[in-house]
Design a protein around this ligand. Structure first.
Ligand code: SAH
Ligand code: SF4
Ligand code: F3S
Length: 482
């Protein structure tokens, strides 16, 4: 008798990396649930163990290899167990994963995620390693490579979303910018935009299922371009296509590429009320020499001009950024230019990373990783301290103001020790809730859990560098008479 038919299969999945990976995991889990799996949080209890991986920095890969190391003898207790490595590291390391971890059964790249249910069955039947990856970017024509990276966007399963009223929607896959430090063009393949009609259909379906906020995903989301029935759709045109869907409250998109921040998009952010007043546009460095070695395709002057246009079109728009510190040849003077840019731009927040050399990238082949680890760490801390100072100052400006919050759920600290209390006057339940403002600031406040999934007005009373703390001012629920 087939193993599958006598056993209730259990899936354990661990995900690292960016939102693209979170979405991929959601879709893989949905497909496996349809095939009869249920999720388990206990790795020892699982028939199938999947790691959805990231290669953007060495640290992300080390974490996965050590997790795999811990599973070396796991199959002794469950001989039918299947261990799979999927996603970016699978595409990048391919066979090397079987060499480093011979107990791995499956290696499945970002372009083959649709095959996972079949590959798991195959592996269980044949007990032979299964490798499914796309073509290397140097090994074939652009069309052949593009075809080998399939966008994985099956029908959505509403039960599998992390939250019932928020959803990621992939609008493009891949990247063609080839920044010299970055593996993403290799792990995700050539840039390919999905057809507008598919995206609009997906958004409408999600909204019909109760989704209030969609976040459009792309590595360089504002480079989106697709010609459909002879008409060119840019990101601004795409958003306009579904903006008016009744029930949809908020639209976000990440991550933006500075050079593609065109005025039509800024006009859309200004004129379309559901679009968040928030743009994540990583600059990476404040020094032109470094930007040039990174092959980012713009100068600090271009970036500053773009910030000026954002402020001109959408004065209340929050901007956030990414920085890499300690890139090859970054001197103290070049680092100081990043410090100066953080001071000048007053980003809402910045994600700051220490440069991590990646095999297969231009920077790895051409430049020396010449900034010592200790210096990278110091620069990272220094930039982060300054950013936190600025974030705290800017958050303080909200004290006494009202913001409109899309309430996401109980706050993380409330999840650890649920702070649910009864309101003396009305007997209504109150909990510590969290959501985001239209400019993407995290807001924590006390309120009725029934507010989850709605827009609430919150008055800000206090703040930290990362969070606004407030209390409900309107749309307060009256006691419910049953
Ligand atoms: N597509 C997005 C981000 C991709 S990776 C964009 O282009 O903006 C997310 C962030 O990781 C990058 O913005 C960059 O700051 C950082 N990063 C990428 N490669 C890195 C490397 N080799 N070392 C350190 N940080 C890196
Ligand atoms: Fe990587 Fe640059 Fe593409 Fe972003 S734009 S994914 S940093 S190559
Ligand atoms: Fe990592 Fe792949 Fe995303 S390398 S950052 S998971 S695209």
């Amino acid at each position: 008798m087939l193993y599958d038919s006598v056993h209730n299969l259990k899936l354990y999945i661990e995900t690292v990396g960016c939102q693209m990976n979170l979405l991929d995991s959601e879709l893989v889990v949905a497909a496996l649930r349809k095939a009869g799996y249920e999720l388990t949080a206990d790795v020892a209890d699982a028939d199938t163990i999947l790691f959805n991986t990231c290669s953007v920095r060495q640290h992300a890969e080390d974490k996965i290899y050590s997790a795999l190391g811990r599973l070396k003898f796991s199959k002794r207790a469950r001989p039918q167990q299947v261990i799979g490595v999927i996603g970016c590291m699978a595409q990048k390391d391919q066979d090397l994963i079987f060499k480093r971890a011979p107990h791995v059964d499956l290696v499945v790249g970002t372009g083959q995620l649709a095959q996972i249910p079949e590959l798991i069955n195959e592996s269980r039947k044949n007990r032979r390693p299964q490798l499914a990856v796309s073509l290397d970017r140097r090994d074939a024509t652009r069309q052949e490579i593009s075809d080998s990276f399939q966008s994985y966007d099956p029908l959505r399963d509403p039960e599998m979303r992390p939250s019932p009223f928020q959803a990621f929607v992939r609008i493009m896959i891949g990247c063609d910018k080839f920044c010299t430090y970055c593996v993403v063009p290799m792990t995700r393949g050539p840039e390919q935009s999905r057809p507008p009609r598919d995206i609009v259909h997906e958004v409408r379906k999600l909204v019909a299922e109760g989704v209030k906020e969609v976040t459009l995903l792309g590595q360089t989301v504002n480079s989106y371009k697709h010609t459909q029935s002879g008409r060119l759709f840019r990101l601004s045109d795409l958003i306009a296509e579904f903006h008016d869907t009744p029930g949809l409250e908020r639209i976000k998109f990440v991550t933006n590429y500075p050079r593609d921040m065109t005025n039509d998009l800024l006009q859309a952010v200004r004129d379309l009320p559901k679009v968040a007043r928030y743009l994540h546009v990583p600059v990476q460095s404040g020094c032109n020499d470094v930007l040039q070695r990174m092959k980012r395709g713009y100068t600090v002057e271009h970036y500053r001009e773009m910030l000026g246009r954002i402020a001109e079109f959408v004065p209340d728009c929050a901007v956030s950024s990414d920085f890499i510190v300690g890139f090859c040849g970054e001197t103290e003077a070049s680092f100081e230019k990043s410090v100066a840019l953080v001071r000048e731009a007053r980003f809402k927040n910045s994600f700051i990373f220490k440069y991590s050399p990646r095999h297969g990238t231009k920077a790895h082949d051409l430049f020396l990783d010449d900034v010592p680890e200790e210096t990278k760490r110091r620069r990272n801390n220094e930039l982060l301290d300054l950013q936190n100072e600025i974030s705290a100052e800017d958050n303080a400006r909200f004290i006494g103001c009202r913001v409109e919050v899309l309430v996401e759920g109980p706050s993380k600290s409330a999840l650890k020790s649920p702070l649910v209390a009864e309101e003396p006057a009305t007997g209504a339940t109150r909990a510590q809730l969290v959501g985001r403002s239209r400019c993407d600031r995290i807001v924590v406040f006390e309120g009725n859990p029934r507010l989850i999934g709605t827009l609430a007005d919150v008055r800000i009373d206090d703040c930290t560098p990362t969070t606004l703390i407030g209390s409900i001012v309107t749309r307060e629920f009256l006691p419910i008479i049953e």
